[in-house]
Design a protein around this ligand. Structure first.
Ligand code: HEC
Ligand code: HEC
Ligand code: HEC
Length: 281
């Protein structure tokens, strides 16, 4: 285990969470208006807000490039689209009306009609500034709140075949990993073998829950719980049986990094962040 893995391993096993800063070193995050919620799943069928944003970026790019290239023929189309989508910001979230400058759109249209590339670009820049200002204040927190997946409703089978909560399944995994390490430390070979078997079965059960979000995709499961992981778990069984304690400890650490920590880095960090920011969701 290199230094990095040891750190990750420690982080994982101590269950370090995010401490909220109540002291003087606190960070102020502005919460977005709650009217935003209706433009995100599950209230909405799609992430309407986000898709409007993607459209805005495309429209800004088209207008900018055509102004530069003198492509005035298509300008009207893209400015109309921008006007519509830019206006949607305040229609969707009236509290954000002051964040946008609608008056810039007729100006943009006028300069484009005059084929004035310089003023078109300048006005575009002023619109871009309104985009940047709002993003600076709200973008990360909105992403964390509305686009981090939920695990609360997902059930995972325990070793008896009964359903348990996601959190309980995680506690159980952690218990098994530590049981392996404690038994190895104290020379209890059969205990270590039994805990390794439990860990293998628990990971198998956890694997059944990936489809909640990854549906038909095979790759995410393969990446974390696929062939490479099975090989490591098999190798661990042989090492423990052969009494190779140090190698067994090392291999357990590797599994904790390549399975647990890797999956946590993808799924858990943003989930913990969201829970810390908005505990009631
Ligand atoms: C899907 C990939 C995934 C894998 C694989 C995974 N975890 Fe987790 N783990 C999560 C997520 C997501 C959370 C946060 C769950 C929540 O807060 O609802 C979590 C939370 C935890 C927690 C904190 C539980 C709590 O009470 O808040 C522990 C401990 C934990 N995992 C241990 C492990 C160990 C040990 C392994 C490997 C043997 C492992 N996890 C493998 C995704 C994973
Ligand atoms: C009043 C606030 C506000 C204004 C004004 C605004 N945005 Fe956004 N924008 C957001 C928020 C909030 C997010 C985060 C959405 C998310 O992550 O789901 C976002 C995200 C985006 C993203 C997605 C970034 C990514 O890859 O995840 C793009 C692109 C974007 N905005 C483009 C624009 C453009 C272009 C404009 C100006 C024409 C603009 N936005 C104006 C609030 C705003
Ligand atoms: C609650 C929803 C949820 C669950 C359950 C979930 N994931 Fe994910 N996972 C996501 C999201 C969201 C992303 C990021 C977007 C994407 O790549 O689809 C992601 C990304 C990934 C990625 C990185 C992208 C890739 O294809 O390499 C892997 C690997 C992954 N998940 C593995 C797993 C495994 C393994 C499980 C089950 C043990 C699992 N996930 C369960 C939501 C989930």
């Amino acid at each position: 285990m290199n230094y990095n893995s040891i750190f990750l391993f420690f982080f994982l096993m101590t269950g370090a969470g995010i401490a909220s800063a109540n002291g003087t070193d606190s960070v102020n995050l502005e919460m977005p208006p709650s009217s935003l919620e209706q433009w995100y799943k599950p209230v909405s069928k799609r992430h309407v807000w986000l898709h409007t944003m993607f459209a805005l970026r495309r429209e800004m790019q088209a207008i900018g490039e055509y102004a530069e290239q003198g492509g005035w023929a298509k300008m009207d189309k893209w400015i109309s689209r921008l006007e519509k989508d830019y206006g949607k910001i305040a229609e969707m979230v009236p509290e954000w009306e002051d964040e946008i400058k609608l008056r810039l759109l007729p100006e943009l249209k006028m300069f484009a009609e005059k084929k004035d590339a310089y003023r078109t670009a300048k006005t575009l820049k002023m619109i871009q500034r309104t985009c940047d200002d709002c993003h600076h204040s709200y973008q990360p927190i909105v992403t964390a709140i509305y686009r981090s997946p939920h695990y609360g409703d997902i059930k995972v089978k325990n070793l008896n075949g009964d359903e348990q909560s996601y959190e309980d399944s995680m506690e159980a995994l952690s218990t098994s990993v530590n049981q392996i390490l404690i038994a190895l430390d104290d020379g209890y070979k059969s205990k270590a073998l039994a805990a390794r078997q439990n860990l293998t079965d628990q990971l198998q059960n956890l694997g059944g829950s990936c489809r909640h979000c990854h549906e038909k995709e095979r790759y995410p499961h393969e990446r974390i719980l696929g062939k490479a992981t099975k090989q490591k778990l098999d190798a661990l069984e042989s090492r423990i049986s052969e009494g190779r304690v140090k190698e067994s400890q090392q291999l357990t650490g590797e599994i904790a990094v390549s399975v647990c920590a890797r999956c946590h880095n993808i799924h858990r960090i943003v989930n913990d962040l969201r829970n810390a920011l908005v505990p009631d969701r």
